[in-house]
Design a protein around this ligand. Structure first.
Ligand SMILES: *Cc1c(COP(=O)(O)O)cnc(C)c1O
Length: 360
């Protein structure tokens, strides 16, 4: 069987070239006589893998020197706790709740202090990004938190919130490396790798150095202190070695494509193919307000649950897989991350046109 077009929200499609390279190196990584899965994380060979990965990521995002790059574990979910544990000096933080992941992060932060929801789009099933130009930011807030791209609902912040001078923390799991970003506008950028970067099991955090201190909430475990990982170049304990190796390959692939400007153009083109079709379709419609649309996750519905199910079934049979929407939204969702080729989106739209004609 050949490869399908995989529209999964995560774990998600990876560049075929990366998978082929990894396959070729599976038994013998560059003459080491071992798989990367088998080698010591203290070896010279692995040291080069993790250092190269960090440097390539720095090159791609133009990460300023006063930011640390950490390769962590525990999924984005562990950051929901690590961020307050490391940053909540005043025990106050402001959260903008634009979806389920932001809400989970907000709830988790409430365990550690006075986390406030200062804006939300829950009133309309998170189908838009609220106006964040003049929010009631607390004078004592240790940070303002956003989920920049809302994987489940398909929305994205087009402009960052006005944090009134407070540090901005962003979960970018599902838009990481989809376009250039100005790292200096953030205190922390973090994301799980399994959406747009690599396999599950790796979390990448980019943290401004002055935020990495011993001044954390009392009782914060060693493993949950940013400083532990920063002081040890992400090698305090055994890191997710194989995952980091694949992320490194994806970074090299992105550089080869021309970097994040090129990815942005490509991602805009792919998203436009799908949104333009949805905007004129008589059967399918997008669920997100136009000015909040994500380039990465595109939810859509027919308005009829049975027809949605029929579409998903027939699409799967035709080789377009993982199009079922998140259980909290229903309908369909096409995740079109960096590694989804343009022809995958073009062929999906052709298939949707055919389905529309047959089910008019
Ligand atoms: C998938 C996702 C999460 C959850 O990630 P885990 O690695 O499963 O903890 C959090 N935030 C965003 C934006 C996501 O897309």
């Amino acid at each position: 069987m050949g490869r399908v077009y995989n529209f999964s929200a995560g774990p998600a499609v990876l560049p075929e070239e990366v998978l082929r390279e990894a396959a070729a190196e599976m038994l013998d990584y560059q003459g080491s006589g071992q798989s990367v899965m088998e080698m010591s994380h203290r070896s010279k060979v692995f040291d080069k893998i993790i250092k190269d990965a960090e440097q390539d990521l720095r090159d791609l995002l133009n990460i300023p020197d006063n930011y640390k790059v950490l390769f962590l574990q525990g999924g984005a979910h562990l950051q929901f706790a690590m961020i307050p544990m490391n940053l909540m000096k005043n025990r106050v933080a402001d959260y903008i709740v634009t979806g389920q992941w932001a809400k989970r992060a907000f709830k988790e932060a409430q365990k550690f202090g006075d986390a406030k929801c200062i804006a939300s789009s829950e009133d309309k099933t998170f189908s838009y990004i609220p106006d964040c130009s003049d929010l009631p930011i607390d004078d004592n807030a240790d940070y303002v938190y956003i989920c920049e791209n809302n994987t489940i609902y398909g929305t994205k912040f087009k402009t960052l919130p006005n944090t009134k001078g407070k540090d901005l923390v962003a979960d970018v799991s599902s838009c990481f490396l989809s376009e250039p970003m100005d790292v200096s506008k953030y205190a922390i950028i973090y994301g799980g790798a399994q959406k747009n970067i690599g396999p599950a099991g790796v979390v990448i955090a980019i943290i401004r150095e002055d935020l990495i201190t011993e001044d954390v909430l009392p009782g914060t475990p060693t493993m949950l202190q940013f400083k532990t990982h920063a002081d040890n170049d992400s090698l305090y304990n055994t890191p997710p070695c194989y995952g980091i190796y694949i992320c490194g390959k994806v970074f090299k692939w992105l550089k080869k494509q021309g970097g994040l400007e090129v990815m942005k153009e490509r991602n805009e083109k792919k998203a436009a193919i799908l949104y333009d079709f949805l905007d004129q379709s008589k059967l399918f419609k997008g669920t997100v307000e136009k000015n909040s649309r994500s380039l990465m996750n595109v939810p859509f519905v027919t308005g009829d649950a049975d027809l949605d199910a029929k579409f998903i079934k027939e699409a799967t049979e035709a080789g377009f897989v993982n199009l079922k929407g998140h259980r909290s939204v229903g309908g369909m969702r096409a995740s079109i991350y960096n590694a989804m080729p343009i022809e995958g989106v073009e062929k999906l739209v052709e298939f949707m046109k055919k389905f529309e004609a047959e089910n008019a």
